[in-house]
Write a protein that binds this ligand. Sequence first.
Ligand code: SF4
Length: 703
Amino acid sequence: MDAPVLLVTPPFTQLNTPYPATAYLKGFFNTKNIKSEQADLGIEVTLQIFCKKGLIHLFEAIESEYGDTLNANSTRIVALKERYINTIDSVILFLQGKQPTLAHLIATRQFLPEASAFEQMDDLHYAFGSMGKQDKAKHIATMYLEDLGNLIKDTIDPYFGFSRYAESLGRSANSFDELYAALNAPVTYIDVILLDILETYIKRVNPTLVCLSVPFPGNLYTSLRCGQYIKKNYPSIKVAMGGGFANTELRSLSDPRVFEFYDFITLDDGKVQYINNSIWPDYKQANVGTPDYTGLLLDQYISAIEVVNPMHSLWSDGRWNKLTMAHGCYWGKCTFCDISLDYIKTYEPIAASLLADRMETLIAQTGQTGFHFVDEAAPPSLMKALAIEILRRKLVVSWWANVRFEKSFTRDLCQLLKSAGCIAVSGGLEVASDRLLALIDKGITVAQVAKVSQHFTEAGIMVHAYLMYGFPTQTEQETIDSLEMVRQMFETGVLQSAFWHLFTMTAHSPVGLHPDKYKVIKQTKEVGTFANNDIVHIDPTGAEHELFGYGLKKALLNYMHGACFDFPLHKWFDFKTPKTTIAPNYIATALQTPDYNSTTNYKVIWLGGNPVSSLVQRSKKGNQWEEMNLLFQTTTAPLNISVEPAKGSWLLELLQKTAIVETVGMSYAAIKESYEAAGLEDFELFWDNKPITTLYKAGLLRI
Ligand code: SF4
């Protein structure tokens, strides 16, 4: 299978599904008729280590080199090595979804050996009460692998990590010195396995160009190792490196030693060559092709559950086809975000019909119907259009996406998204404080996020919030108040998952570019010769932000398990904190604000089925009249409405006309016109009354 281009994801990014960059590039090369092959060396290295043969070799290496110096945990694992060697193949098959019945055995906790990773494990009964045996067994099996990973880290390879390797060397390495020294040291245990697989690919593909995708610092070192190996052993092959790490960190690179490992570093999407400004316009999103996963070992990925949290398990569990609805972010204003860079700044949506075409192509190619839209923030209007397209094509898919908590996510839009297979959304609530949200220029308020999350939750779409602490000028009071807001959101049930991040000041964000405006000071003005993005800063007017991390995370973990809502906030911290100033019913009150929408600027769409109609005779106090009864069958229960026969006939016609297979929606004005054209009276009175509002439960949506 000779091909001029070999696309490689070096270890380790993720184990449950391929990192999509090589598939995107392969799709693009297809449009140019350039043959390419791709490989995810992360999953391949993992499978070589975590198999019977791999473990026999691993234990031999550990015993011969470290036999006398093992710590207590490693000693225990080595003592149990036969148990590990005998179970590993079955565990991997189970995590690959090929041996589901093993869950019963694993869940007994008598089958797999347990070491220190299990000490950190949540109380399984408590955490998995509602999640079932498969998830419980996946979590146990993940902890079992974690134990083996810890053994590797404590002995033959201190750089090891399942979704990262030598990350400490890559994370904000202003200077290349440490990485350079590591790369000139003898190869590690993992390097040997990695380079052996790389060699096989090079022999098989015979490329003239190898492209290394480096999204994170956790696969930078291994990409350099690959580059080093290729340049030493195959000097005629050119090596290009690109991806998220290069885009954000390497824009001011000046250390020439890096080019001992790579020939080219590509910035941004890497599809067009820019020399002293652009010489060609970049490709339109419509012309970049459909991601092509051919060649990746799609049935070998491992579904792990590291954290007992339903949203986190979406990230680490299951195979998702990755797509983007739009390039860049349609908002592009948040002051902590890299909004000056192309991947955020250049907003270009893709037509819903093209997206649906790509979804169909990917389903045919991978056999998977789950999609993760990896947009920075998926635009609501495009989500709506895509949902309609999915419903019209009758695609059975499930998908999730990052969003901004926009007001436009109304109850009805969320219902539409759910009907089209949306199962979860994640979005930034950041610092849950209206003053700081304004300073971030997030364009949302806490009350708005609560309301929108309620719409998602009530539609059955899980909501995960990205939370932030330590934004410039954030006081202790604001941190506590932010925690109180989050507490109330979990207590009222509108959030199901969240994660706190400490604010990082990045070079390409407004805060990084204009620190004075945000009252922070850069610790040094020096620009490193290698990676530059995270900037160490001082926040003279803000709190001691780092102090709060542990307490915030502990409180959140409990709230996610539905516990400790009545625990006083100050008890999460081992230092004195102010009392919250947020009213205890702040979020509950925000949620009670009626959804009343006075605008008539909407379209109506009907997702329900055909009702059964019948005419019935009514009588009261000597008066007799006829009514039309319409019986709707929803997935959960039957629903009945009764209307005057003429209005019923008009309504039956309207439902036909607004059915999703017929239309993308009929405007309020057009509906009113058709009602009046049918000779019927008092449209507003009819439209805003019980029969129609009942239909909202049966699938009538205003979008
Ligand atoms: S933080 Fe998110 S919403 Fe804000 S500009 Fe960046 S990508 Fe867009």
